[in-house]
Structures are given as C-alpha cells and as structure tokens.
Design a protein around this ligand. Sequence first.
Ligand code: SAM
Length: 262
Amino acid sequence: MDQASAERKLNTSRKGKGMKDTIIKIDVIYNEDSLTGLRRLPDDCIDALITDPPFSFAGGLSNGRSSQVDNQFFSHWWASVCRQLERVLKPDAEGFIWCDWRTAPLIAEGFKPKKQTYNFFRIPQVIYHYREMPGMGRPFRSSVDLIAYLRGPKSKAHRIPNDTQNWISKYWYYGKHEYHPAEKDVGITEQLIEWCSDENSIILDPFLGSGTTAIAAIKNNRHYIGFERDEKYFQDAQKRIENKKAQPLLFARTDIIGASGG
Ligand SMILES: C[S@@+](CC[C@H](N)C(=O)[O-])C[C@H]1O[C@@H](n2cnc3c(N)ncnc32)[C@H](O)[C@@H]1O
C-alpha cells in the first residue's frame, strides 16, 4: 500500500466522535502531547505500537525513591493513555513498550479491563534486553532493560516463531547516545517491528523521543506516526528522519544475538 492509499484508509476509517476536522497523516511526526494526538486518531486505525513512555516520574527513578504519589500520578495518566491506545489500535494489533522492573507492573495494570472480560488488550510477557553494560548503583548493578509485549484481543502472534526466547542480548551503553538520553537501539527496534507488523503496516509511537521507532520503520518499509511533546527532541527526530530518507538502504539490519527466531 502506498502512502496516499494508506492515508486515505486511515482517514476514512474514523468512527470516533468529534474528529471530522482532524486529519492525521502517516509518515509524519507531530510536536504535541500524546493524549492530544491520540484523541485526533480514528478508531481501529493502527497496526502496531512501539513506544518508550517517560517513567522517570514513576517507580523508574534510578534511585528507586519515587513516592507513592508519583506512582499514583503515573498510573492515573497511563490509564488514560491506555484507553486511547485500545481505541486506536486494531483488535489484532500487537506491540512493544519499553519499561523497567519498577514500571512493568504499572504498564501492565493500565491495560487491565474494568469489567471481567476475555476481550481485551494485555501484556502476556516481558522481554529482557541484556545490554551487558552494567548500569548505576551497587550492589547488583543493572545490566537489563525490559520490554513489555502487548497483544490485542484478536492478535495471533503469528510472526513470532514459537521457540523465540524472551531475551535479547546486545551490547548497548547508554553513555553513547547521540540524540536522546533515553535513546533506544535501532537494531532491536527493527526486531520488535518485524515481530509485530508486516510491510506497509502503520506503526504508532506516541512518545517518539529522537525518532528511533520512525527510523526503524523506514528501514523496514513500514509507515509511522509519532508524537513528541519536547520541541528539541521533536526537531532532532525530524532531522534524523530527513537524513534517513535521503540515504539509500546500504546495509541490512544488524543481527540480534540471542533472539532465536529473530
Ligand atoms: C523515554 S523517551 C523516548 C526516547 C526514544 N525511545 C528514543 O529512542 O529517542 C520518552 C519521550 O516522551 C516524551 N514525552 C513525555 N511526555 C509526553 C507526552 N505527554 N506527550 C508526548 N511526548 C511525551 C519525552 O519528551 C521523551 O522524549
């Protein structure tokens, strides 16, 4: 599907109320708050989610000393984001959400339905990114990040081979970030995209940061939509995307060590 037909499909599928005047384009990123942006999207229009929400104000503070109020604030806000995600994602959508051991339960809780039902988005598994470079703190310096796997009520998980382990091993040193202090690895993001989408799928990242998800999407012939609130990161992401689009595809994805079936 080319860009024009994907966009037409996106904007004619709108069923949500009060959206007549809002046109969201694919392969475009928006400098706006994610909740505002999500509310402008029609129902059931997104094939896959890859995102890395901000969690420094929840239990994810590296000193582990965030307050109960911080967690409650995060959970309340995250629940509103999840309601929008459930609305815009197609029922067979899948996705991945970067988190850490403190925020993983909060991330999963956000998708829990209010009523008893089997028809809901859920986090059935968490993937460990063993990054080999120990983080801060002692004892037990952290050498892993977590990535929550999200499944829609109708997802078949058919792109992920059954023997795939829930860990990825790839050297990643946070001090080498080029664009963002919480920048994620493009190679791993490409793997996640392959696991949850097909060519021409529309991938959403409502917390785009410096644009890693969009870069991985472009490299794998997927469409993307991104929201980023911070003007500087938004501009950095724009430049990164423009540079990527100007480059010919010279090299294929670097293989991920440890993810059998990847
Ligand atoms: C953890 S970072 C994402 C980094 C990204 N994975 C990368 O590789 O560059 C989260 C981003 O979400 C943005 N953000 C925080 N709250 C937001 C909101 N309400 N709406 C949109 N963006 C938000 C932050 O400015 C930050 O850049």
